[in-house]
Write a protein that binds this ligand. Structure first.
Ligand code: DGI
Ligand code: FE
Ligand code: FE
Ligand code: FE
Length: 187
């Protein structure tokens, strides 16, 4: 499938602002991939599909979690978390995307995880810093992303955990595993 064909499919799945976000994540992923030496084609492919499941119903996504090997913790916490692992499953089963590196980057794009690959970090960070985003602390992450991929990921996860704790939201274990992984590397 060509990039344009993939984008056409994704466009049908998403609302216009979410599709516009996706296009920005594609460009940001390419920028980061070039900067840090990741595979540019795979980074763009993962970015194109990363929010594919964003508008699937909670019922459909929950059912998929329990029927597949996606960890049940994603369904238990639910909410924003489901579209990442479910999206990875659906682009494989519905769209025939089979590159495991790409599928992993889609799967971990919301929580992160322990031992993320270079490609996973690139897509995770691109989703966070794409130019359409604005939230507290973002400028520091963008500046760090000019230099140090791991440090920028650590900062973004710190921000996310702080944001979630302040709203008294549950934190997925993979979010903590990602945080610990990046924090431990600095010790
Ligand atoms: O899909 P996007 O909006 O482009 O971005 P995303 O897939 O990174 O999702 C961001 C949302 O996910 C944001 O509202 C925070 C939430 N999130 C990330 N990690 C966790 C989480 N929510 C919970 N409850 N627990 C987490 O560990
Ligand atoms: Fe997402
Ligand atoms: Fe499961
Ligand atoms: Fe996104």
């Amino acid at each position: 499938m060509s990039e344009n064909e993939a984008l056409e499919i994704v466009k049908q799945e998403l609302k216009p602002p979410r599709y516009a976000h996706t296009l920005r994540v594609v460009e940001e992923s390419e920028t980061l991939a070039k900067r840090f030496g990741a595979n540019v084609e795979k980074a763009r492919e993962a970015a194109i599909w990363h929010d594919y499941a964003k508008y699937r119903s909670l019922e459909e996504m929950t059912k998929i979690v329990y029927e597949t090997d996606i960890d049940d913790s994603f369904a238990e916490i639910g909410g924003e978390l489901l579209h990442a692992p479910v999206g990875s499953y659906l682009v494989k089963t519905e769209q025939g995307i089979c590159d495991e590196d790409v599928l992993k980057a889609i799967r971990s794009h919301t929580t992160g995880r322990k031992d993320m690959s270079l490609l996973e970090k690139v897509v995770f960070l691109a989703d966070y810093i794409e130019p359409g985003r604005s939230f507290p602390g973002l400028q520091a992450v963008r500046e760090e992303a000019e230099r140090d991929l791991d440090e920028a990921c650590l900062l973004s996860i710190k921000n996310t955990i702080t944001f979630l704790v302040n709203k008294q939201q549950p934190i997925h274990p993979d979010t903590f595993h990602a945080y610990n992984d990046f924090a431990l590397r600095k010790l």
